[in-house]
Design a protein around this ligand. Structure first.
Ligand SMILES: [Ca+2]
Length: 467
């Protein structure tokens, strides 16, 4: 908690700063108003699956426009290489590894059926409430299969979508062949392409909440398998089991590339519709839009579909791995008039979004160690460099530490050291010639792992930082 004494100067300097920067009192008031936050999270979108990150065949004009008008991150990382891992960190601003080993990969429908994101954790939706936000989640959850681990118990005022890890994009049946499309806490199956339903519901949410600050998490199921385009029949039928390779959808190897392209392009149209809605309602200058992915893309699945799925550009590896292809993801921040257009090489991670949003909503920061991320607001608004800091990942027996351009990856005890600036493809293992650097990063990684495996401190609810 900050004292009352310290609140006064913050408010005073903020008022002086704002009046000195903006032409009118109204502009100053608008700048101080907590922004709407529209977070578009794509499932399994690889680093180079969209045009502005290097793709040459998928047509993504709306996402490319966001990048041209906003700030494009070339070194943004998902907290984990799998869905549940990144989503847990996203919502809490903390390393998901604190929540137990189950959160290092994807929550499993059988093994992890009775667990979920711990209810005592403070989510973005809960943390923003003191600033008057209403929160909606449309699309995929994957942080708990059943009550009480539902979005509506984690601060979201509205939820429509999928609880499990993947659903048929048309029939909305889970991998076990069960209906998995919910409104709030009620099963409410309806036909329609997942991208279209999520977009429709998101636009409806924006229209209904145009007059109050909102946090809207558009959590697309695409481009996760089953790979299905917008105009195909449903694949999964109720009562059938899709736990084997049939979970990937109806298309055989050799036929998936055009389907994935259709999915990426459907996502792009959705982005265009959401931005058009903000502009139509005159909300574009009061809304921060973040576009990113929950993990890297699949290049292949097992020994099938080589080169047919995602494009991770020059990066090594894919979803599930701790090479860059597993966790370096596209990220764009767009906020006309507040975030200047450009490209940033600053390193950032999914867990930085919660502190960023609290900062922009003028809420008191949550102190470390209850928070692992930092606010990106100084970078977004004033292009200030972020402080030097290490980053860590762990998925089972594989762990990695990153400090500046150096990355140490320990795979079952074997050290791999890469200089990412000189070798973004992680092709040259420099561990043999840099034993001191390996020892330093290894020691940091050990310390971090020890901390992750200890009982975790809990954050308190934040309060407004000043009048
Ligand atoms: Ca994913």
């Amino acid at each position: 908690m900050i004292s009352n004494f310290s609140v006064i100067p913050i408010a005073f300097f903020s008022a002086v700063f704002l009046q000195g920067t903006f032409a009118s009192a109204q502009e100053a008031a608008d700048a101080h108003r907590p922004p709407n936050i529209l977070l578009i999270l794509i499932d399994d979108l690889g680093y180079a699956d969209v045009g502005c990150f290097g793709n040459r065949s998928n047509q993504t004009p709306h996402i490319d426009r966001l990048a041209a008008e906003g700030l494009r991150f070339t070194d943004f990382h998902s907290n984990g290489p799998m869905c549940s891992a990144t989503r847990a960190a996203l919502l809490t601003g903390r390393y998901q590894n604190r929540f137990g080993r189950a959160f290092e990969g994807a929550l499993d429908a059988d093994r992890d059926h009775d667990i979920g994101l711990p209810l005592e954790e403070l989510t973005i939706a809960e943390a923003l409430k003191p600033a008057g936000y209403v929160s909606g989640l449309f699309g995929k959850w994957h942080l708990g299969y059943q009550a009480p681990f539902l979005p509506t118990r984690q601060g979201f005022d509205e939820f429509r979508g999928l609880l499990t890890g993947d659903g048929d994009h048309h029939s909305h049946l889970s991998r076990s062949g069960d209906p998995d499309w919910w409104v709030g806490e009620t099963l409410a199956l309806e036909p329609g392409y997942s991208v279209d339903l999520i977009t429709r519901d998101s636009i409806d949410f924006i229209e209904r909440h145009r007059d109050q600050p909102f946090f809207l998490l558009v959590s697309h199921l695409a481009i996760h398998f089953p790979w299905q385009g917008p105009n195909e029949p449903a694949h999964r039928q109720q009562g059938h089991d899709y736990s084997d390779l049939s979970k990937l959808g109806p298309h055989p190897p050799g036929a998936v590339r055009p389907v994935v392209r259709e999915m990426v392009e459907a996502i792009d149209r959705s982005v265009g519709q959401l931005i058009t809605t903000l502009q139509r309602l005159n909300l574009d200058r009061s809304t921060l839009v973040i576009f990113t992915s929950d993990n890297g893309g699949y290049r292949h699945y097992g020994n099938r579909f080589h080169g047919e799925i995602s494009d991770n550009g020059p990066l090594r590896g894919q979803k599930g791995q701790l090479f860059e292809g597993g966790h370096r993801v596209p990220a764009i921040a767009w906020w006309p008039g507040r975030v200047a257009p450009g490209v940033t090489p600053e390193t950032a991670m999914t867990m930085d979004l919660l502190p960023t949003f609290l900062d922009l909503a003028h809420l008191e920061p949550i102190a470390a160690p209850a928070l692992d991320g930092i606010s990106l607001a100084p970078l977004l608004l004033r292009r200030e460099p972020l402080p030097d800091r290490p980053f860590f990942w762990r998925n089972g027996s594989v762990a990695a530490a990153r400090l500046g351009p150096w990355k140490l990856l320990i795979d079952d005890g074997r050290p791999l050291l890469f200089h990412l600036a000189a070798d973004p493809s992680e092709s040259h293992n420099l561990s043999a010639t840099n034993p001191n650097r390996v020892a330093h990063l290894s020691s940091m990684l050990d310390t971090w792992q020890d901390e992750m495996d200890r009982p975790r401190p809990l954050p308190a609810n934040p309060s407004p930082a000043g009048p």
